[in-house]
Ligand binder design. Structure first.
Ligand code: PRP
Length: 213
């Protein structure tokens, strides 16, 4: 069977992704003890893994360098791209939220300034509510934007809520739920159908058994 190249997202969902792959019998010792290495081949030579930033998972899959990508729906929703979304892996579950300091008034008629790593998602959300806002794109640590007067509020992902709490922010509006998805390059699904479907079926069976769906 042909070797599959799988692009994994570095950071927040990396640990739970590796744990999930191990649950279906893929030996991931090489990923657990990776140091600074970014490309790995599984001991059985069935998989090549690459570790990249979330948005780059979309690029590698779209370009066909990776057959499969494992990435959050927040990034898919924000950046889109050409691929098949095959599976909700039910890890990395969190939610987009509008948050700010307790003094923020979401009903204030003034044009609000929203800081976010997700400008398209934020624009779509406020547009659907008929609100005209100004968006400031921030690359990280978005929570400090309202504290320092850069923005009135933020649109960001909230998982445990710890980052908001520790920075004195509260949730004002809950938006879409987010989870980690398995995406497949459109050509790979045709040319490596057996290998792709075998992996997808194994993951699907494990997730359904575990989550009782
Ligand atoms: C995300 C998000 C929040 C935090 C939320 O950031 O932007 O800052 O996680 O998680 P919590 O609700 O569990 O506290 P991430 O860790 O991905 O890093 P970044 O700010 O550098 O993008």
């Amino acid at each position: 069977m042909s070797k599959l190249t799988i692009a994994l997202t570095k950071g927040r969902i990396e640990k739970s992704t590796v744990a999930l792959l191990e649950k279906i019998g893929i030996n991931c010792d090489f990923l657990r003890n990776k140091n600074r290495k970014l490309v790995f081949t599984s001991p059985d030579d069935k998989y090549q893994f690459i570790l990249v930033k979330a948005v780059d998972v979309l690029t590698y899959v779209q370009q066909g360098v990776a057959d499969i990508g494992i990435v959050g729906s927040d990034v898919i929703y924000e950046d889109g791209g050409e691929h098949y979304e095959m599976l909700d892996l039910k890890i990395g579950q969190c939610r987009f939220c509008v948050a700010s300091q307790p003094s923020y008034d979401p009903t204030d008629y003034r044009r609000k300034i929203i800081a976010t790593k997700y400008p398209r998602t934020a624009a779509r959300y406020f547009q659907a509510k008929g609100e005209d806002i100004e968006i400031i794109k921030i690359e990280g640590s978005v929570e400090i934007a309202p504290l320092l007067g850069l923005a009135d509020a933020i649109v960001d992902i909230v998982e445990t809520g710890d980052t908001l709490r520790e920075n004195g922010l509260v949730i004002f509006e809950e938006m879409d739920a987010i989870s980690t998805r398995l995406i497949v390059n459109q050509v790979s699904l045709k040319r490596k159908k057996q290998a792709v479907c075998q992996l997808v079926d194994q993951l699907d069976a494990y997730i359904n058994k575990e989550k009782g769906d």
